[in-house]
Write a protein that binds this ligand. Structure first.
Ligand code: AMP
Ligand code: MG
Length: 424
């Protein structure tokens, strides 16, 4: 697959040696996504299977909703004719449940009806059942009522032919409900990118292996596979490879047959034991090392091999997670032809002091704390890009602006939740 014109232009414009230029996070993301042009495939899925998928074409309204004027409450349809005062007596002449039909009233009459029932002819308001006293077939108003009260007008939510959802929308339960309310049963969505994860590093062992001295267990691969699944992508376990460029290259070639994006962890920096870029080139691919003003996160490698995009993440677990959330998800969104998620973050005061030097955007694990002075965040696990425990305990990541030369209690940081979906 060839990169589209815009991506080619971007790649050509800012020529090679990015390792010597420090990029901001948005610059690095733009650079990374240029290696991940949109995939062309689409799938038809049932609405129920649509969660997390990206729409390939707009959804246009077929019918008005509500499709008929209806009651918003359990109560009595009346002819308010402008308004009825407290104490007004009205005679109940019929009953319409939701799904029922018919009915007609004259002024001074009412029909008992339920939420979602059609408004009978002659009625222009619904009195809530709690706002009347009933005596046989007579109701007495306890509150005044005006024309239009408690009525949902035909088409007040949606009009036929309105564009309800745009192509590129990432579907969640709310969008699926909007489509389902139209009687739509299937949706055309973009192919889900397949993302392979390979761990690299001589020191890595797998569950069940003995842990001899100087070895550690591989925690990045399960973490990254889970992050990929959580992002609604198809994950492929690409296994482990030692720090041998030829072996990494072979594995890249093998995964390029099966994946749209290959992610490796480890060896992405510029030391002599860092083989990501060399392996990529040996496999016939090409790419570059991005030096990003980001902490944690050493340089990351981006590129292409065969028909797959490539992302080489740093090995430290927190760096790996942060770089996946920033660069990896941006690349995956680009493959899926949609905008990357907006990294909004909620400004919250820090309850902790945090010493640092200005220069790099920093993400630190934090816990939400509700105190007498309101909601804030406590910074966890100082300085540990290899520490998983504070990360697992965190409610989210706090983003500290590059220019900040330290956080004092009360200073604002941007909170990105790590629970209930990743927001950065
Ligand atoms: P590297 O990016 O290869 O220089 O590795 C940086 C640190 O991350 C080293 O301490 C590695 O042992 C560690 N590391 C690399 N890969 C993994 C992994 N898959 N799981 C856990 N730690 C890792
Ligand atoms: Mg290494």
């Amino acid at each position: 697959m060839t990169a589209p014109v815009a991506a080619e232009a971007l790649l050509a414009a800012s020529a090679p040696d990015h390792a010597s230029v420090t990029l901001s996070v948005p610059e690095a993301c733009a650079r990374a996504s240029a290696y991940a042009p949109p995939l062309i495939g689409t799938d038809i899925v049932t609405v129920a299977q649509g969660t997390g998928r990206t729409l390939a074409e707009p959804v246009v309204a077929l019918v008005a909703t509500p499709p008929f004027t209806q009651s918003a409450m359990d109560g009595y349809a009346v002819a308010a004719c402008g308004g009825l005062a407290v104490g007004n007596r009205v005679q109940v002449v019929g009953r319409i449940p939701a799904g029922g039909r018919g009915g007609k009233i004259a002024p001074g009459q009412a029909i008992r009806l339920f939420t979602g029932a059609p408004i009978p002819e002659g009625a222009d308001a619904v009195v809530m059942q709690e706002h009347v006293d009933r005596d046989g077939d007579i109701i007495v108003l306890r509150r005044p009522i005006r024309t239009g009260d408690n009525i949902r007008i035909n088409g007040e939510d949606v009009q036929p032919l309105e564009i309800l959802l745009q192509a590129g929308e990432r579907l969640d339960a709310r969008h699926l409900a909007l489509a389902a309310a139209q009687g739509i049963g299937t949706l055309k969505v973009r192919t889900r990118p397949r993302v392979a994860v390979i761990s690299t590093g001589d020191e890595l062992r797998q569950a069940g292996d003995a842990l001899e001295s100087s070895a550690i267990y591989d925690s990045n691969r399960p973490m990254l596979l889970a992050l990929i699944e959580q992002s609604g992508l198809v994950s492929i376990d690409g296994g482990w490879v030692p720090d041998q460029p030829e072996m990494i290259a072979d594995r890249l070639l093998c995964m390029a047959e099966r994946a749209d994006l290959i992610v490796t962890s480890g060896g992405a920096s510029l030391g002599e034991e860092d083989h990501a870029l060399e392996a990529l080139e040996r496999a016939g691919g090409s790419g570059e090392t991005l030096k990003i003003a980001l902490k944690p996160g050493k340089p990351a490698v981006v590129g292409r091999v065969g028909s797959a995009a490539y992302l080489g993440l740093p090995g430290n677990p927190v760096s790996s997670l942060v770089c996946w959330l920033l660069l990896g998800r941006t690349m995956a969104c680009s493959l899926e032809g949609r905008e990357p998620p907006r990294r909004l973050g909620f400004p919250l005061p820090s309850k902790s002091a945090f010493a640092r030097r200005a220069g790099r955007t920093e993400f630190v694990p934090v816990k939400l704390e509700e105190g007498h002075d309101g909601l804030g965040v406590e910074i966890l696990g100082r300085g540990g890009s290899a520490r998983l425990q504070p990360l697992a305990e965190a409610d989210g990541l706090a983003e500290i602006a590059a220019e900040s030369d330290g956080i004092r209690p009360g200073d604002l940081v941007l909170f990105h939740p790590l629970r209930g979906g990743f927001a950065i």
